[in-house]
Design a protein around this ligand. Structure first.
Ligand code: HGY
Ligand code: MN
Ligand code: MN
Length: 409
């Protein structure tokens, strides 16, 4: 049965790279940890009988030839980079399941019409440079050059980090795939939500992927003594930030479908007895419907400006990224549905609140995703977990989905 013991052992082995003392995984893009992870996965790809290479964006790719080497490629994969202190399934499951699928085909002597490529995209999460999906955007030819100047917490730019990883940012355009060269992209991923668990199903078929915006708020006030400054005379950016973050929660709740999060906040200078001079935080706002999301954003921005004026602090809002929601293709959804039926799983369709590389590939090829049940719906946390059986079930569905897409003329 595809996706059993070997997949699980590889997941556990890969999950040791970047492990933190508390058990979480931090494997940021273009770091030594990500390099070690790619080297390990490259060894699995060679064991699987794939030809292995990295493109100009650092995407790791393992290729299985089809009967027609000129035919468009069926792409399957995910990412190996993680969030800070994340889990071992988000990303690696999709890459290792892709390897398992083609290794099983090779072991069974199955050759498909279309070549199949297993890909580990670089920097899907955007944890280090606050942008994300670098590898898949490069493959789609849509990576904005300005991002090369985005800096991490140590002030290292993406361009320098890529050079330190042995890549030449000037060659990035070479990673772009010409239109028509990719037949479809399929990604197996943990759901990272509770729907499959509440429905009692191990796998699901994704209908669409929510769109997100990341907006950096910078609020500047006046640093003063915490003890000697009367409340009425303060220009306190932290108090303003607290009020704005409460507005974000209030406005996101209002639609019932939108989600708004502030997960990252910096205070300068950060002393206990100093009214801060400056506070920075980033808003992550999402909805499957772009109009609804953008309407919520407009209200948040208007109310934030009003708060800043009332508090006599200076507010700037910078759009870091704007990702549209995308729908999964009927062709891939149908192939996944047939795969579920073949395996005896009742097909179940659900949207993805989390963003994935497929969003970036949608402009160049049909995309689709298969979800595996997440325990308690938890992800982006050390307690992220999916069972061995559910990972095997998802891999089996991926196997039959990819086989159909790669087989069909
Ligand atoms: O943020 C996301 O939705 C994904 O984990 N990159
Ligand atoms: Mn993630
Ligand atoms: Mn992911």
């Amino acid at each position: 049965m595809v996706g059993g013991e070997r997949l699980w052992q590889r997941l556990m082995e890969l999950g040791e790279i970047g492990k933190q003392p508390g058990g979480g995984i931090t494997r940021l893009s273009f770091t030594a940890e990500e390099r070690r992870a790619k080297d390990l996965v490259a060894s699995y790809m060679r064991e699987a009988g794939l030809s292995v290479y990295e493109d100009a964006a650092g995407n790791l790719i393992g290729r299985k030839e089809g009967t027609n080497p000129e035919a468009s490629v069926v792409l399957v994969g995910s990412h190996l980079d993680s969030v800070y202190n994340g889990g071992r399934f988000d990303g690696p499951l999709g890459v290792l399941a892709g390897v398992e699928v083609v290794q099983t085909m090779n072991e069974q002597g199955i050759v498909t019409h279309h070549p199949i490529e297993v890909v580990a995209f670089t920097d899907e999460e955007g944890a280090r440079f606050r942008f994300g999906m670098i590898g898949s955007r490069a493959m789609a030819g849509t990576l904005p050059p300005k991002v090369l100047d985005y800096r991490d917490a140590e002030g290292i730019s993406l361009a320098v980090a890529m050079k330190q990883a042995g890549l030449d940012p000037n060659r990035l355009p070479q990673a772009a795939r010409k239109p028509g060269t990719v037949k479809a992209y399929v990604e197996l991923h943990i759901e990272q939500g509770r729907v499959l668990e509440e429905t009692g199903l191990p796998v699901g078929i994704v209908t669409g992927i929510a769109g997100l915006v990341w907006v950096k708020f910078t609020i500047e006030g006046k640093a003063e003594h915490a003890g000697a400054t009367p409340m009425a005379l303060r220009r306190d950016p932290m108090a303003a930030a607290a009020q704005i973050i409460a507005v974000i929660e209030e406005e996101a709740r209002r639609t019932g479908t939108t989600v708004g999060t502030v997960g990252q906040l910096y205070v300068f200078p950060g002393g206990i007895n100093i009214i801060p001079e400056r506070v920075e935080f980033v808003l992550d706002l999402r909805d499957l419907n772009a109009e609804v999301r953008d309407q919520v954003w407009k209200v948040i921005a208007t109310r934030a400006e009003k708060i800043a004026t009332e508090r006599n602090v200076r507010l700037t809002m910078e759009l870091l990224q704007d990702m549209p929601p995308v729908l999964c293709s009927d062709e891939v959804k149908r192939a996944a549905e047939a795969a579920c039926q073949k395996l005896g799983y009742s097909p179940f369709w659900l949207p993805s609140g989390a963003a994935h590389d497929g969003v970036q590939l949608a402009p160049i090829c049909p995309i689709g995703m298969i979800f595996v049940r997440s325990q308690d719906g938890v992800s982006h946390s050390p307690s992220e977990w999916s069972t061995k059986d559910d990972c095997a079930a998802g891999t089996a569905v991926l196997y039959h989905t990819v086989r159909q897409l790669a087989q069909a003329e």
